[in-house]
Design a protein around this ligand. Structure first.
Ligand code: GLC
Length: 800
């Protein structure tokens, strides 16, 4: 089957009769025998299970849903004339031989007539898109945020390998990630549909047949989870609860990362450290791409280029820089190479149907692939990876080529469980189980610590183990533009910790594109500059002082806002809210349905990057400075413009012109933004003193600041506190109250208010855990983007 091909609805057999057998409903007719069961999973979550009764394998092979939600509470079907109903507190499903009707939290959805069927092992569910005006999610995709009129092939692929001539376009499909999750919108009501089937499937939201939503899985069991709204955050949170939320990353992982395929020697790494220092740029991690290895042999180092990797990595650590190494699944098939020999002895590699070791062709040439679905193979991997990480003092793990890429060798011949399980059952989950095993290795090394893993391929649930980057993009404006909806939809699909290769991976970046990419991406959850070996160098200093200054502004802004980003990660872990959000996450109205060239970070910051340049969009010259223009939609309320240092009234679209060193960035009235004002020394950051930037023109502000050790996993057992922060305008005085609660020592963080308000504000009353101090406010300098601003700061430090 080609990419983009579908199963024509007329090729489906549709059932004619409905019978009840215990807690299952059977729909049958010539060529079709479907069994459908319903279970109450959790508040706001209902599951319909679809099985082909004739199938030999009725197991659910997906690992997407957390184990605690897998059983559910069976719901007995109730006969109603020629139909049956499954009723639960969350909603109801009503099934006749030819139709399925769903009512969940006020959202009604039904299949078209003859909209349930089968074609051999394939399953078709064909819903009417009545009144649906938006569709979101779909995981990592090209094109736009709103998927209405679009379709997605849920198959993980090595994009550049399969779209060799078209990877630079912005419409390829499939991608590296397969998450069959759709969020439908009708007016201001949302409903989540998670089609849990790890095999290949198609979601088509009215592309092939306008007005119809098609789900087509090609085999296996499908669990359709219905996730109630009515709001978008409720749907997203329920999906995140079901499939797992990203654990808190180490703070260093939130900084700026520098990568290239490949920095080739220890000398080059030392040079990079010096270059970052000379450029006055913080950097939190440097990355080893494949050339660190000896002939691309996994878990080895080229000793000529890297004579003592552990010493080098410790040297980097001493400079506040962490090291991340690429780990591919392909093990060089070379008798005598210890990793191959030990894996072979453990029968850890995937096999063909007849029991041969499956061989693909990747970087090391002929290669075999660990079968991560086997517990014993995972244990072998944990041992090998643990030794490697320990011996080379590497801090983070970069999982690549796990789509899985097999080169010219057909992937279908790679089977699992010693050849017993066909490839498609686990194809989309290959990276997931690799990430699971790799995280286990990190846990082995430091059971208390927080590992950092990044993966290229992923499926539903992989966010529990690893962050995701969006693969081999290209250095062009279309890919910069596309990066926003792609990361936003990934975030809505549970993968909060994600980001693109900043600057673009394939092809040559231009100076303007590199600057704009840094600005657009500097507040993405993951922020890494990476380029291919065939592309020109694109480190921040490669294009002269003007570009460097602009990029420095973006990178420093990220470091200043790291406490805020960290809090967004904490909020994600607690609630499932993504870090970056489309405006429709918080604002209702038709103007937000398709809006995807600007985004929110948490609920306080609005970023509207410049996504064009070089004559590709409107530009103007103002006072001799070239600026790019764009329209920005500011939701109702007042917004503080961090470039110009003044308030703008929202509820309208504004035309904005930004010079090369300007990123249009706004903060909403009523926001608290934790800000790091200390020295910028790579990943070294003492967050025991944090400024609270309070944006209070008309609105009172409130924020829950989570307090924890930022290093261990004790927060998972409840060892964290919350500083509840409120700020209220009272004439010429701002009353700020900080009240700590929870299971964490008090006052481990010293907060200093910094105020952006009306000119008449002169005084500050700060109450910390019941003790009040009064201060006068005066203008003080702070750095935001490339500018220095003078918000109001207390006249002398608070005494607590
Ligand atoms: C793949 C990765 C890319 C990496 C390259 C070499 O293309 O996606 O990030 O640099 O392989 O390892």
């Amino acid at each position: 089957m080609f990419f983009g091909q579908k199963i024509h609805p007329l090729n489906f057999d549709v059932p004619e009769t409905l019978t009840l057998t215990g807690d299952a409903v059977e729909l049958s007719g010539p060529g079709v025998r479907l069994q459908i069961r319903c279970a109450d999973i959790a508040d706001g979550c209902l599951r319909l299970r679809f099985e082909h009764a004739a199938s030999a394998d009725l197991r659910q092979h997906s690992d997407a849903v957390l184990p605690e939600w897998r059983a559910g509470q069976p719901i007995a079907p109730r006969r109603e004339a020629d139909a049956v109903r499954f009723d639960a507190a969350t909603g109801a499903a009503c099934l006749s031989a030819r139709q399925l009707r769903l009512e969940v939290a006020g959202f009604n959805l039904e299949t078209v007539a003859a909209g349930i069927g089968a074609c051999g092992d394939a399953l078709l569910l064909n819903f009417a898109l009545c009144g649906v005006d938006g569709c979101y999610g779909f995981g990592e995709r090209t094109r736009r945020l709103n998927k209405l009129g679009d379709s997605a092939d849920m198959l993980t692929v090595d994009v550049v390998a399969v779209f060799r001539h078209t990877y630079a376009r912005d419409d390829y499909d499939p991608t590296y990630v397969a998450i069959p999750f759709a969020i439908l919108k009708t007016g201001e009501r949302f409903l989540g549909l998670f089609f849990d089937n790890p095999g290949r499937a198609v979601l088509d939201a009215g592309k092939s047949q306008p007005g119809e939503f098609w789900y087509q899985s090609f085999g296996g069991v499908t669990d359709l989870y219905l996730l109630a709204g009515p709001t978008l955050p409720e749907v997203v949170r329920r999906y995140a609860a079901l499939t797992g939320r990203a654990p808190l990353p180490p703070l260093w992982a939130l900084g700026y990362h520098q990568c290239r395929w490949s920095y080739r020697s220890a000398t080059e790494f030392r040079q990079l450290v010096a270059q970052f220092a000379a450029a006055d740029l913080p950097v939190s991690a440097l990355w080893y791409d494949i050339d660190y290895m000896d002939g691309f042999r996994l878990f080895t180092w080229s000793r000529q280029a890297f004579p003592d990797p552990a010493a080098l990595n410790r040297e980097l650590q001493a400079a506040g820089i962490r090291a991340v190494a690429i780990i591919d699944p392909g093990v060089k098939r070379e008798p005598g190479y210890a990793v191959y020999d030990s894996g072979r002895a453990r029968r850890a590699f995937c096999q063909t149907a007849s029991g041969r070791e499956y061989v693909g062709r990747v970087w090391p040439g002929d290669a075999v692939f660990p079968d991560f679905t086997l517990e014993d193979a995972r244990a072998w991997w944990v041992g090998e990876l643990t030794d490697f990480l320990r011996q080379s003092a590497v801090d983070g793990v970069w999982l690549d080529m796990n789509d899985p890429a097999t080169g010219y060798s057909r992937a279908e011949d790679m089977r699992f469980a010693h050849g017993a399980i066909p490839h498609d059952r686990y194809h989309n989950q290959y990276a997931h189980f690799m990430a699971c095993a790799s995280r286990a290795a990190c846990d082995e090394i430091d059971p208390e610590g927080r590992p950092f893993l990044l993966t290229r391929s992923a499926c539903a649930g992989t966010q529990r183990y690893s962050a995701v980057w969006t693969g081999d993009n290209a250095s062009n404006w279309k890919h910069l533009r596309m990066a926003l909806p792609c990361s936003l939809n990934l975030g809505l699909s549970g993968v909060a910790f994600n980001g693109p290769d900043v600057g673009g991976f394939m092809d040559d970046v231009s100076v303007e594109l590199l600057v704009r990419w840094h600005q657009a991406g500097c507040l993405f959850p993951f922020f890494r500059n990476h380029a291919s070996r065939h592309s020109r160098q694109q480190e921040p200093w490669q294009f002269g002082p003007e570009a460097l200054a602009a990029i420095r502004g973006a990178i420093r802004t990220r470091y200043r806002l790291l406490p805020y980003l960290y809090q967004c990660f904490f909020a994600h872990w607690l609630t499932g809210d993504p870090l970056i959000r489309p405006l429709l996450y918080h604002y209702a109205g038709p103007e937000y349905v398709d809006l995807d060239d600007q985004y929110l970070v948490g609920d306080a910051l609005l970023v509207a990057p410049i996504l064009h340049g070089e004559g590709l969009g409107p530009d103007i010259i103002r006072r001799g400075v070239k600026m790019q223009e764009r329209s920005i939609l500011l939701p109702p309320g007042a917004w503080f413009d961090m470039n110009r240092g003044h308030w703008l009234d929202g509820g309208c679209a504004v035309h904005y012109a930004a010079a090369l060193d300007e990123l249009p960035l706004f903060v909403r009235d009523g926001a608290v933004v934790p800000y790091y004002a200390g020295p910028l020394r790579n990943s070294c950051m003492d967050l025991s003193a944090v400024e609270l930037h309070l944006f209070c023109r008309e609105q009172a502000a409130r924020f829950d600041y989570c307090l924890d050790d930022r290093a261990t996993r004790r927060y998972e057992c409840g060892d964290y506190g919350v500083a509840g922060i409120t700020a209220e305008i009272d004439g010429d005085r701002l009353r700020v109250e900080i009240a700590e609660s929870g299971d964490y020592p008090r006052e481990t963080v010293r907060f200093t208010p910094v105020v952006y308000g009306r000119p008449e504000l002169r005084k500050l009353a700060l109450t910390v855990n019941g003790r009040t101090e009064n201060r006068r406010l005066h203008a003080g300098q702070r750095e935001w983007l490339c500018r220095e601003w003078t918000p109001l700061v207390p006249d002398h430090p608070m005494a607590y």
